[in-house]
Design a protein around this ligand. Structure first.
Ligand SMILES: [Zn+2]
Length: 441
């Protein structure tokens, strides 16, 4: 009887396997010395490649509707809207995939090249900026072509698959705001969500997994994917038929601690890969689909910008970064007559049936993950940050009020934005999330 039940279960499971998928990894390792993104303290381009970095694409076709979606993961600090939207338009042209079914996520590894705008690093480039800007421009073209190639190949490789979802935990992310402020609360999101893709023969073909923590183990001039790169490499070594794709979560206020040693890279990479393997070894929770998707681009407001007089005064600051921020805003004022006080904020939701993936832009703090999991369920919600546009920190109202680097300080030091986000930031994001979640219900 038990055996009969198992046969029926397997038949039902196979009947629900209404998916096709294709996954591919394409190297985006730089081929010439180039400035790496993420740390303001670097003083020279990269010297050594410790590990190849990748653009990866996972194409998913829901065979009941015939609609294709694609997740693009990048071993990069960021991708801005200015790069992502033209790529999305080209994907739509080539494959007919609409914008709401295209998801970009940057791992935020601080050991990969600057992609696009080099504005925050310009002051390092001295009186020969072209020497450093030319490789960055070439890299932008190269990365764009490679990302499109990854998507093309992933669509070409579509094959019948089953999807399953599960979650594990890993504990090396530390709320970094508590390092200097022991009296501040320290929310973390230690969940390790995993979407496993298996073909008809049962071979694992793709592993999409997430974690919420800065990829800042190392701070030298070497190229690699940081702990996420090591986790992806470990998983691909353990599962040679699979492409492993990392999705950064709400890790804006999280650091891997302790850090700065190669052994930490290896250890956290292995820890995360072990957590993913726990899910792969467990009884799979089937993902029946169909996939429902939605994206919105609501507006976020910044606090009113400083006046010209305030900026002129700030150019005499003893803090070099404050001085440069004032100079940058004054240059914008001179060129454009005003400083932009808003930014568009991509909010995307994918409902897979068994779980929902919420992909939010910017450097998202853990409060958002905790809040949305409390609302939509810890078992069946995957919260990604660093998606579709990574332009700066996204504090919760609590973090905004506490202040500090993630609260708004980073905008005043290393950005072209006027200063901290306005106090309605959390309300605006929550409203947009509720709307997209309603659309994919
Ligand atoms: Zn960051």
């Amino acid at each position: 009887m038990a055996r009969l039940a198992l046969v029926f279960f397997a038949a039902a499971f196979a009947a629900r396997a209404d998916w096709q998928a294709g996954a591919v990894a394409v190297s985006i390792t730089p081929t010439e010395p180039i400035w790496l993104a993420g740390y303001a303290s670097r003083t020279k381009p990269h010297e050594v490649v410790r590990q190849n970095i990748y653009a990866k694409a996972l194409a998913l076709r829901d065979t009941s509707s015939g609609a294709t979606a694609v997740v693009i993961t990048l071993d990069l600090v960021s991708i801005r809207r200015a790069q992502a939207e033209p790529i999305a338009a080209e994907i739509q042209k080539r494959h007919g995939i609409p914008r709401d079914r295209i998801l970009f996520n940057a791992s935020h590894t601080h050991s990969a090249p600057i992609l696009g705008d080099a504005g925050s690093y310009l002051y390092h480039f001295g009186d020969q900026p072209e020497k450093y800007l030319a490789p960055i421009a070439r890299y932008g073209e190269f990365a764009r072509a490679r990302i499109l190639e990854a998507v093309d190949q992933s669509v070409k490789r579509l094959e019948p698959v089953t999807l399953s979802f599960g979650q594990s935990l890993a504990g090396f992310a530390v709320n970094r705001r508590r390092v200097t402020n022991r009296n501040w609360p320290g929310p973390v999101d230690h969940d390790v969500p995993v979407l496993a893709v298996r073909n008809a023969a049962g071979a694992v073909r793709a592993i999409l997994f997430g974690y919420a923590c800065h990829n800042t183990v190392m701070g030298d001039e070497t190229v690699h994917g940081d702990y996420a790169g090591y986790a992806q490499a470990a998983l691909e070594q353990r599962h040679p038929s699979a492409v492993a794709l990392f999705v950064q979560g709400a890790g804006a206020d999280q650091n891997p601690l302790p850090r700065r040693k190669v052994e930490h890279l290896e250890r956290y990479g292995a820890t995360l890969a072990d957590a993913v393997d726990e899910v792969l070894a467990a009884k799979p929770r089937a993902v029946p689909g169909p996939l429902k998707t939605a994206i919105e681009f609501p507006v976020l407001n910044f606090q009113p910008p400083p006046t010209r007089a305030q900026l002129e005064k700030q150019t005499a600051s003893t803090n070099e970064s404050e001085r440069r921020h004032a100079q940058r805003l004054l240059a914008t004022l001179a060129k454009e007559g005003k400083i932009a006080g808003t930014v568009l904020y991509p909010v995307q939701a994918w409902n897979f049936g068994a779980f929902r993936l919420l992909a939010l832009a910017g450097e998202l703090v853990a409060d958002y993950s905790v809040r949305f999991k409390n609302t939509y369920g810890h078992d069946a919600l995957w919260v990604a940050g660093y998606s579709n546009d990574v332009f700066g920190y996204i504090p919760s109202l609590r973090v905004l009020r506490e202040g500090g680097y993630e609260g708004g300080g980073a905008y005043q030091l290393f950005s072209g934005f006027p200063g901290p986000l306005a106090a309605d930031v959390e309300d605006r994001i929550v409203s947009a999330v509720n709307r997209v979640m309603e659309k994919v219900k």
